[in-house]
Design a protein around this ligand. Sequence first.
Ligand SMILES: Cc1cc2nc3c(=O)[nH]c(=O)nc-3n(C[C@H](O)[C@H](O)[C@H](O)COP(=O)(O)OP(=O)(O)OC[C@H]3O[C@@H](n4cnc5c(N)ncnc54)[C@H](O)[C@@H]3O)c2cc1C
Length: 451
Amino acid sequence: MNTQTIQCDALVVGGGIGGLTSALELADQGYQVAVVEREASIGGVMIALSKVFPTLDCASCITTPRMAAAAHHPNIEILTCTEVKSITRDGRLFAANLMKKPRYVDEKLCIGCRQCEYVCPVDVPHEFEGGLGARKAIYVPFATAIPQKAVLDAENCMLCGSCEKVCPSQAVDYFQRPEEIKVQAKSVVLATGFQLLPKDSKKEYSPPGSLNILSALQMERLLSPHGPYGRVIRPSDGKVPDSIAYVQCAGSRDKSLGIPYCSRVCCMYAIKQAMLLSGALPLADVTIYYMDIRAFGKGYEEFYENAKAMGIQFVKAKVARIAEDEEHNLNVRVELMEEDGRVEERAHDLVVLSLGMVPGCNPEEFVPVMRDDDGFVKCASPKTAPALTDQPGILVAGTAAGPKDIVDTIAKAGAAAMEAANYMRGLELDLSAVTEAVTGEEERAAERAAS
Ligand SMILES: Cc1cc2nc3c(=O)[nH]c(=O)nc-3n(C[C@H](O)[C@H](O)[C@H](O)COP(=O)(O)OP(=O)(O)OC[C@H]3O[C@@H](n4cnc5c(N)ncnc54)[C@H](O)[C@@H]3O)c2cc1C
């Protein structure tokens, strides 16, 4: 196995908006940064969003320039398709073992022309589109992916050789092997983000074979102009939905699933999507079934009030069960909390689950940091220094420390960069104090010897 060695000041694990922000802030101060991302492109969850609350700016228009700035920064090295195996303390430094998974495409040769994609005969569900659209077995992950390089999915490849024949730069390499990368760094920023709970976590909300119950991330893709269908339709039959329901707290604040905490952003993204749906489908009814609306940030309460004024229905109710008939129409059984718990069955064409946010990975598997009761990286001092972990020199950024919106993710990522820089300056000062002491001692010894 090939082994490469990298020396840097800061190792950032996770190339979402949190990790990229920390990396850029450190790189702008002159530090050398390596960003490790397990996927084939940087960008994290944010690059898959349609628009962002509360401004309704295009998510891609904010994320893509940051991705490009990081990729072109002379002080940042980005390692995609790369997993962290271990990070250990090695004297004053950290030693990280990384594993670069084979892309089966030579990154240096690939020009991102997509000729390979056009000739590939295989169609598989596209992960970036939440499984709603199709991709090829060899593909560029999405239109604004960085790097714009193809990746071959070995599990689905038929080895027909078409991509290799058509590639103008001979970049396809079926024999590529995993590569070991050793990194020496002075500090580590954990920006490993979050994932949504799987849609079938709660059996009451996942009738077998259901096609029209979506996760909120799938709805983000449907609402995106470059989404799988280019418009909002039902996945089962392509019908334009007349009635769409949101089920809030579908997996958050739910002790039966071991997720007692609030995921913070679900109320706001459901309101955002409901507003976007009202624009995209002016004749459709949109109903949000909620327990409480938590509009916690600046401008968020006004955003909620605007949604009510637009005619979005907010119904305080607990959803007990969702059933899907043979035509894939949905029946939602609700307990109306403002009507003495009266139970009603309501018909909808599409249901969107506001699923709980859980940690993006378990960092304890590769680095000795403590996790909190919810499984996120534990902050040593959540109120006064939210970027510090229990390990000096290992910082945490963004949703790796718990659910957050983009504003908070960016603020905390900036704090992590500042703490990492402080820690590294501390190391330099220690080192210069030691060097001065040693030099002084040597000079004194020389003077003693001379006299
Ligand atoms: C449906 C939905 C809609 C939303 N809409 C909005 C909105 O409108 N406005 C708003 O403010 N917020 C919104 N949010 C929240 C927003 O998505 C998050 O705040 C933001 O994406 C967090 O960024 P992050 O970098 O912390 O995490 P992520 O985006 O999860 O990035 C983490 C990255 O780390 C990588 N990674 C994880 N583990 C490893 C590992 N071991 N090794 C290498 N790489 C690793 C992941 O692949 C990922 O790329 C929404 C969330 C959802 C689910």
